[in-house]
Design a binder for this molecule. Structure first.
Ligand SMILES: [Zn+2]
Length: 178
């Protein structure tokens, strides 16, 4: 579910998740994030103003994921889809793929993809899949679109590992004499 992944990836770039450091600082950050999700608009150069607009979208997404009231989440996610001119097409042997209208605003297009993703999760999995990160020192949030629904951390490699290391240290402290 690329839309849900996009929401989680964007939320995970915010300064509040990184102790004040902005991880979506410039076009190259946005480019890398979109490339990682196979959402990079081909043949288009990203501008700083677009990054700014995507950062605004990011805080809207965070509001939806934090809100956790189903009716409101559906309303806000539907509003996001209305902003987009992006569409899904089936290309050759590939699976469904998002395409952008060349004239469209990138943040609006991403809003559409995110909105569709959020609505899909709300419909099939429920609003309880919008979660705060379980790591005690993390301000992150995420959308759990996994089959099992057991995801606990916004960045499993990072936050999950930190929790494991902390537990390990606590055990060692408990086991050491004196
Ligand atoms: Zn986290």
């Amino acid at each position: 579910m690329v839309g849900a992944e996009l929401v989680t990836a964007l939320i995970g770039t915010a300064p509040r998740v990184w102790h004040g450091v902005e991880k979506l600082a410039g076009p190259e950050d946005l480019d890398a994030l979109l490339a990682g999700l196979a959402l990079r608009p081909e043949g288009r150069v990203l501008e700083p103003a677009q990054v700014e607009a995507v950062r605004r979208l990011r805080s809207e997404l965070r509001t939806i994921v934090d809100g956790a009231e189903e009716g409101e989440a559906i309303r806000l996610a539907s509003a996001l889809t209305a902003r987009a001119r992006a569409s899904l097409t089936l290309t050759g042997e590939e699976r469904w793929r998002w395409t952008y209208e060349a004239t469209g605003d990138l943040a609006d297009e991403l809003a559409g993809i995110a909105g569709v993703g959020l609505l899909g999760v709300l419909r099939t999995l429920g609003v309880e899949r919008f979660r705060a990160c379980a790591a005690p020192d993390c301000e992150g949030a995420f959308v759990d679109a996994s089959r099992s629904g057991r995801r606990r951390y916004c960045m499993p490699d990072l936050c999950g590992n930190r929790v494991n290391v902390a537990r390990h240290r606590a055990r060692r402290r408990g086991a050491s004499p004196g």
